[in-house]
Design a protein. Sequence first.
Length: 191
Amino acid sequence: MIELIFATNNAHKLDEVQAIVGEQFLLKSLADIDCHDDIPETGVTFHENAKQKTDFLVNKYGLNCFGDDSGLEIDALNGEPGVYSARYSGTRDMQKNISLVLEKLTHESNRNARFKTVISLYLNQQQYFFEGSIEGKIIMELKGTDGFGYDPIFIPNGFSKTFAEMTAEEKNKISHRAIAVSKLAEFLGKL
Ligand code: IMP
């Protein structure tokens, strides 16, 4: 069995990814290896931030690991909120972050946007990246109560409901994160 550290403290994310990669790999969270550091996320791209996470773990522990970074890119806002998605309004309050996005788009007819995930994998001294994205539109007001983050204002192309109106199962079939994770799983499965 190959052990891999997943640079996350989110047990739910860990279980979800463990289920996808299968039992050939034993995933461990940051807490599992007693890592309680505030890992820097100061990059200006998802790639940089994801790599910062694995670089940190490689430098400190020298272990095989992966880390992800995600966010929402809106064309009319030149790709914002992007890497600043979690704190776009200067706080982690998602109501404020969503309000700021809707306010900036008030008179904007181009509502095209995408969610993106980049995974950085560091395995046996080699660096790999896996990406997932899903294109969609930002609607005028919030719809739905499930999910998290910007889910209530994002409708993926080809669908008529927001991510927040979908069940977790529906969202996880098509999401940016699911796409990136399945690429990682496919790669690991070939080892
Ligand atoms: P993280 O890198 O996965 O922690 O994502 C950073 C931020 O991007 C989150 O705090 C959310 O605001 C936003 N985000 C990422 N993925 C999603 C998603 O699937 N739905 C809604 N918002 C998301």
